[in-house]
Design a protein around this ligand. Structure first.
Ligand SMILES: Cc1ncc(COP(=O)(O)O)c(C=O)c1O
Length: 393
């Protein structure tokens, strides 16, 4: 067991300049950070619960919770104070709308602290913006970008001492918002709760590559639906297929479009890339795909490293032919949790497999290395991607 004791002075600083990456490369220099910190009110018990926290040797992914959390409530058309308090149960009225009509959204981002560097947050402003676009789709209020980002910074700063130190290990941060109004009427809630919890975590996938089941029948998201929002209902829609996939030894599902079951969309918690004729190809974003921040970053990194990248409609039948002929040499899943995880085979429900030539392929390996090097502070990223958080001193 590892134990930590903390004092509670926090701030945000600038990352030292290291290897250059792309044009205009520099780290975020948040001069107003200390001022922002004041928007979070810190409960006096926080210090005590942090000093008592013990980080287990084995953390897993999303299993161990940091002993603190951020909480804010929305009512009468405005947000109340943002508070940092001990982690613990919350009380909801049994009629709270989230329990009946699933009005809720969430985000997932990581704080990195490897080789004694960091902690760093990776593009938290992008998560804040996506949080608000999910909120708009779900008839929920905007949360100011600074409130979101500052909440993540404060959680990171206060949890700094128990971010596990090995490459691939992080503090996984989960901001979320849900409807709390007490009433069974089917209409948008007028009261909401915003919480941020965090989990010292290891790698998401235990193995180096995954087998992905092609879902030919069920649909995750429909035209006009909410597939592009990060809302619980999309994940609930994926769980039955996930069970069926696990029974067939697949670790993920590849979702196709809900109408013709032809267009490749994404996986339940990650986006999809393939290497075809040496070119990096990914489905173009639609209203049924979540716009991944990792996806967007990989496109930028790949272009900077000289790869040709194409965002286009990808048809499952064509991809299978390309895998069989060897034109498609690699495929991988990407996301905050998965980082870049190679796909070793696509699999049908009758167990037919289309094996990838290069399950641990060189393109995925190269992009993964650059991405992790940037996230963990060994390589400089484009301006604003990596935000350094000074730990409590
Ligand atoms: C459905 C879905 N697609 C894609 C992603 C990848 O998004 P990101 O790279 O922002 O983590 C996620 C994870 O958040 C997801 O849940």
């Amino acid at each position: 067991m590892l134990t930590y004791s903390l004092t509670l002075k926090i701030g945000v600083g600038q990352m030292p300049k290291q290897q250059s990456f792309g044009k205009n490369a520099q780290y975020s220099n948040d001069k107003n950070a200390r001022q922002h910190m004041s928007i979070v009110k810190v409960h006096p018990e926080v210090k005590e619960v942090l000093s008592k926290f013990e980080l287990p040797e084995e953390v897993g992914f999303g299993k161990v919770m940091a002993p603190i959390m951020i909480e804010a409530d929305y009512a009468d058309g405005k947000w109340g104070p943002i508070e940092l308090k001990p982690y613990g149960p919350i009380t909801l009225d049994p009629t709270a709308k989230v329990l009946h009509y699933a009005q809720e959204i969430f985000e997932g981002l990581k704080a990195y602290k490897t080789d004694g560097k960091g902690p760093f947050l990776f593009r938290p402003d992008e998560n804040a913006k996506r949080f608000n676009s999910s909120a708009a789709r779900m008839a929920m209020p905007d949360l100011p970008v600074e409130s979101f980002v500052e909440s993540c910074k404060v959680m990171t700063a206060y949890c700094s001492e128990f971010i596990p130190p090995n490459s691939g290990e992080t503090l996984y941060i989960r901001p979320y918002m849900f409807a709390t109004e007490e009433s069974l009427g089917i209409k948008p809630s007028e009261k909401f709760k915003f919480l941020v919890i965090a989990s010292p975590s290891g790698n998401y996938f235990a193995s180096g590559s995954v087998t992905v089941g092609i879902e030919r029948d069920a649909a995750r998201a429909t035209p006009g639906g909410m597939g592009a929002a990060k809302t619980g209902g999309n994940y609930a829609a994926s769980l039955l297929s996930a069970n069926q996939a696990i029974a067939k030894n697949c670790q993920q599902i590849l979702w196709l479009d809900a109408v013709r079951h032809e267009r490749i969309e994404e996986m339940s918690g990650m986006n999809f890339f393939a290497v075809i004729d040496g070119k990096l190809v990914t489905p173009a974003l639609t209203e049924t795909i979540l716009a991944g921040i990792t996806r967007k970053s990989i496109i930028e990194i790949a272009e900077a490293e000289g790869f040709q990248v194409e965002e286009k409609t990808m048809i499952i039948g064509d991809l299978i032919e390309d895998i069989k002929s060897g034109k498609c040499s690699e495929a991988f899943a990407c996301g905050t949790a998965a980082i870049i995880t190679p796909i070793n085979a696509l699999q049908e429900s009758d167990d037919t497999q289309y094996k990838l030539q290069n399950p641990e392929g060189p393109v995925a390996a190269k992009l993964r290395k650059t991405l992790i090097d940037v996230q963990e502070g060994r390589k400089e990223g484009p301006n604003g991607w990596v935000v350094k958080i000074n730990p409590p001193v």
